[in-house]
Design a protein around this ligand. Structure first.
Ligand code: PMP
Length: 406
């Protein structure tokens, strides 16, 4: 991407012109959430102003228009991830709810002693739902370790499969290390053992092309708010035959075919898993975020973010005592680091005082912090609208912070 192209993109994000601590704000917390282009905000405004009516219930015009808008997004998502049918695209509140849905509904078939394979680099969203299931059913969690570069130990991964293994659930991209896992290879191996796979795609869907058919996974989950879309919306992709077999996750309106006090039958897919009124406004506006991504092109987004990653990394390693966690050859634009013995919060505070917004702490990955034997990290993460000049300002600010703390 040329500098002018990136500057043009930035014009869609008024928030990027604000200041923090009297300086131009540099937003490098995109892993936690990305900013939202004007077209998404305008669509939310337009719908609340002119379109709002509940979906799937009315014969009236507004309700039908609103339903069409929601279902248009479902089709956009289907294409975005190359799912076979819209029945495989379930709207959720986010990645977290998607994993809870699978653990609770698909997991209801698991028995005491059955084993679920996770990895040490998982976000709490892909740990705690399985622990809740463990407490209920007595399943056993097996955990894949990482090597010094922050890559999964694939030999160990393969060795964990046995006749009790019922599920493998792992992230596509680590939100701390940036490691891009070989999800196709891992899925193929699990399938060769007859084991279904869930992939936490929260950190992949904004940064790379996703093709659930090529990956071959059984479930894939992600969140809109990390993809330039509204908050509170996510997607669960599931293979149709599995979703059909699974019991509903929640009961209520929208997800039923017929209800009597004696017996209830459930709606067809995808509605069986969408109890209650969804955030239909946000879902409709999510399609504008997909437009935004597709207009730029995922190859261009990935190339620009990699340029930022490579440049920033090459400058950071020159700072004395700076340690980067995760240097896998296949890495997303996330840099987790520590400076000497400084606490990540102190570094984060000093960066904020210079207008640089980074995340500090355990990043909802406490087991990974334990594995690395650190209290947390400072994490800078990039999106399409970040510039090399911002990377330079961040590096300068970090040098100042490091000098103050040393
Ligand atoms: N998994 C990963 C890898 C993440 O980075 C996140 C968000 N930080 C989540 C799951 C949870 O996403 P959400 O809060 O949108 O449900």
């Amino acid at each position: 991407m040329t500098k002018d192209e990136v500057l043009k993109i930035r014009e869609e994000f008024p928030i990027l012109t604000r200041s923090v601590a009297g300086r131009p704000m540099i937003y490098l917390d995109n892993t936690a959430t990305s900013q939202t282009p004007r077209r998404v905000v305008e669509e939310i405004d337009r719908i609340y102003t002119h379109e709002k009516a509940n979906v799937h219930r009315g014969v009236h015009t507004l309700s039908q228009e609103m339903t069409d808008l929601q279902e248009h997004t479902r089709e956009r998502i289907r294409r975005y991830i190359n799912a076979d049918s819209i029945e495989e695209v379930i709207f959720t509140r986010g990645t977290t709810e998607g994993i809870n849905l699978v653990a609770s509904s698909f997991g209801s078939r698991f028995k005491e002693g059955d084993e679920v394979i996770l990895t040490v680099m998982e976000h709490h969203a892909n740990i705690v739902p399985w622990q809740l299931l463990r407490d209920k059913t007595g399943i056993v969690l097996r955990v894949v370790d990482i090597n010094d570069r922050g890559e999964l130990d694939l030999d160990q991964y393969r060795s964990l499969f046995n006749e009790r293994t019922v599920m493998a659930s792992f992230c596509h991209v680590s939100n701390v290390l940036g490691t891009v896992n070989p999800v196709e290879e891992m899925t193929a191996y699990a399938h060769s053992k007859g084991v279904p796979v869930l992939i936490d795609g929260a950190q992949a869907s904004p940064h790379m092309l996703i093709d659930v058919n090529a990956i071959g996974c059984d479930f894939y989950v992600f969140s809109s708010h990390k993809m330039y879309g509204p908050t509170g919306i996510g997607v669960l992709y599931g293979k149709k035959h599995l979703l059909e077999e699974m019991p509903p996750y929640q009961g209520g309106g929208e997800m039923i075919a017929k209800v009597t006090f004696e017996h209830t039958t459930f709606a067809e897919l995808p509605f069986k898993f969408e109890a209650g009124t969804p955030d239909f406004v946000g879902i409709a506006a999510f399609s504008k975020a997909i437009d935004f991504i597709e207009e730029i092109g995922m190859e261009n987004i990935a190339a620009h973010e990699h340029e930022l990653l490579d440049y920033t990394t090459s400058q950071l390693v020159k700072i004395p005592e700076l340690r980067i966690f995760g240097d896998a050859p296949h890495k997303s634009a996330v840099i987790s680091f520590l400076v000497g013995h400084s606490h990540p919060y102190d570094v984060g505070m000093l960066l904020d005082k210079q207008g640089v917004e980074v995340r500090t702490g355990h990043h909802c990955a406490m087991p990974l912090m334990d594995r690395l034997d650190i209290p947390g990290t400072v994490r800078a993460s990039f999106a399409i609208y970040n510039t090399i000049e911002e990377a330079d300002s961040f590096i300068t600010a970090l040098r100042r912070a490091a000098a103050i703390l040393s």
